[in-house]
Design a protein around this ligand. Structure first.
Ligand SMILES: C[S@@+](CC[C@H](N)C(=O)[O-])C[C@H]1O[C@@H](n2cnc3c(N)ncnc32)[C@H](O)[C@@H]1O
Length: 284
């Protein structure tokens, strides 16, 4: 028997009014701004959940995920809305800068601490780990966080389709990954010795960062592009407090700090260094 909520045809796109409700929810929970052009995308990503929830309409689904008992479905909806595209050694210039500039200037008796602040499925954090393991012969640690629990679970497993790991140099694949066999044919897995060097945890970038430690380098790439200016300003303020003096921040080459107030020195495209420190500021 059909539920009283079931429409005769499954909706594929929310009405404009209902889209606004989702837009506000996503803004409040994640800081992500969904422009009006994202209405079709939202419909596409959530429509499969309508089938799972008694063929609800988008309107009813919105009410459903806002009931206290249904917080898990709310999590699922929010996870479907985030964009998790990432790959190994994305934006190679950052890894070159890390190797050529940052590593040589570190004091070798202090631990180098790096945070991948929107790590998605882990390729960014493992790329950093591979580079450090290969090139940096002093203590280091990597923290990696994301708001989306599913991508974090994927990251912790460290299993990737080989075809999607094209940017990973062959020698790094050999050194740091195992090749899958039988049902894992076509997959690679980051070796446990490297996986255990990366600490993954859940963190929403719009939340206060007081509990987090300070880092020498923060990768915050391909995430601020989804936020509005107020949220970006708030996050940039928080990030600058989480960097050690003269620490570095990497944003994506498709992002900008334009229009934001900040205390960073632009070093080269998408590389910033915290100002106002006793330490020598790197000049290109
Ligand atoms: C496109 S991926 C970027 C991955 C990686 N940094 C890169 O550049 O390849 C964006 C990630 O940001 C995460 N994200 C979105 N909003 C967030 C928030 N408020 N707090 C933390 N992570 C968030 C998403 O879950 C997604 O995994």
């Amino acid at each position: 028997m059909q539920s009283t909520y079931s429409p005769s045809v499954i909706e594929t796109t929310p009405s404009f009014e209902v889209f606004i409700l989702f837009q506000q929810l996503v803004q409040t929970k994640l800081g992500i701004h969904l422009s009006k052009q994202k209405r079709l995308m939202l419909g596409h990503r959530l429509s499969k959940r309508l089938l799972h929830t008694q063929n609800l309409t988008f309107d009813k689904y919105f009410q459903y995920i806002n009931l206290p008992d249904n917080f898990q479905e709310l999590e699922i909806a929010l996870e479907l809305i985030t964009t998790n595209e990432t790959f190994f050694f994305r934006e190679q210039q950052h890894f070159d800068f890390l190797e050529r500039v940052i590593l040589p200037e570190q004091s070798r008796n202090k631990e180098l601490k790096i945070w991948s602040a929107a790590s998605s499925t882990g390729e960014e954090a493992y790329s950093i780990a591979m580079l450090l393991s290969d090139k940096y012969h002093a203590p280091w640690s990597i923290s990696a966080s994301d708001v989306n629990q599913s991508v974090l679970a994927h990251a912790q497993k460290g299993i990737y389709i080989n075809d999607r790991a094209k940017q990973l140099p062959e020698n790094y694949k050999k050194l740091y990954c195992s090749r899958g066999i039988d049902e894992f044919e076509g997959y690679i897995r980051v070796k446990p010795s490297l996986r255990e060097r990366v600490k993954f945890f859940r963190f929403n970038l719009i939340n206060p960062m007081d509990e987090l430690e300070q880092f020498d380098v923060i990768f915050i790439r391909n995430v601020m592009i989804y936020f509005d200016d107020d949220t970006r300003q708030h996050i940039i303020n928080s990030i600058s407090r989480k960097l050690k003096p003269a620490g570095y921040m990497f944003i994506s080459h498709s992002e900008t700090l334009h229009g934001l107030q900040h205390n960073f020195e632009p070093i080269q495209p998408a590389v910033y260094q915290l100002k106002n420190s006793d330490k020598k500021v790197y000049k290109w």
